[in-house]
Design a protein around this ligand. Structure first.
Ligand SMILES: C[S@@+](CC[C@H](N)C(=O)[O-])C[C@H]1O[C@@H](n2cnc3c(N)ncnc32)[C@H](O)[C@@H]1O
Length: 230
């Protein structure tokens, strides 16, 4: 399963399989299995706020907003360096608009981080998805900037570490073998003992499987609930 999954993911990515999905009518650049897993996590955490860097056409922001709507709880804050007019209008006019906030700007600029942080009320549970620029340097900067906002027991996800397996497929780049979000997440985890790097626990499993098809390997950083200083 692991070997076949690796090749299926590599070939599918090369053929742009991930670019064939929409959520509530808006393109969403994700592998459906990852969305199923993050849905399980959101149901278990019940976040007050889901922050996502990288809005693109808005499908993923709508996905998280519709989870909040179904849970009857929570809102999403999306950040993108350029929010296209069509996307902005589609999200503003959407029935889920009341659960969506947007910020246009470079995700790692201090003013962007401060603007997002100012929208979080004391005691709110925060979960974060990093899906903007996928260089190791940018994701590392996002992790340093946004991880302090993550609530104990919640997580921050550095999406698309699968780039490390795509360096040699058509459309991939050689540098991705070492320059990718997983490298940033592994480095962050080694320097931040208050976070644990591990995939989410499955809510149900009657199989012998222990790992799943994903674009997000070495991506999930969980904020420990223990106070390591005590
Ligand atoms: C992979 S797409 C996001 C896909 C989206 N989350 C989805 O699932 O459909 C990456 C997005 O990040 C944005 N982006 C690139 N660099 C950025 C930066 N420095 N700060 C914020 N957003 C950035 C791009 O404009 C693009 O819309």
């Amino acid at each position: 399963m692991r070997r076949l999954s690796r090749e299926w993911v590599r070939i599918g990515w090369s053929l742009r399989y991930y670019h064939t999905f929409t959520w509530l009518g808006r393109p969403i650049l994700q592998l459906p299995e990852d969305l199923m897993r993050i849905q399980e996590v959101a149901v278990s955490i019940r976040p007050d706020v889901i922050i996502e860097t990288g809005i693109f056409d808005g499908g993923s922001l709508l996905f998280y907003a519709s989870l909040c709507e179904t849970l009857g709880h929570g809102r999403v804050i999306g950040i993108d360096i350029e929010i296209r007019e069509g996307t902005r209008h589609a999200l503003r006019d959407h029935p889920l608009a009341g659960r969506i906030e947007m910020h246009e700007g470079n995700s790692v600029l201090p003013e962007t981080v401060a603007s997002v942080a100012s929208r979080i009320r004391p005691g709110e549970t925060v979960m974060i998805m990093l899906d903007s620029h996928h260089s190791q340097e940018h994701v590392a900067a996002e992790l340093e900037a946004y991880a302090p906002l993550v609530s104990p027991g919640s997580c921050i996800v550095a999406a698309d570490g699968i780039m490390r397996d795509l360096a040699d497929v058509p459309g991939g780049e050689t540098v991705w073998a070492t320059d990718n979000p997983s490298v940033a997440a592994l480095s962050f985890a080694s320097r931040h003992p208050e976070f644990e790097l591990r995939p989410p626990q499955w809510r149900t499993n009657v199989s012998q499987l222990g790992s799943n098809v994903t674009y997000w390997p070495d991506a999930w950083l969980w904020r420990r609930t223990l106070n390591l200083d005590s």
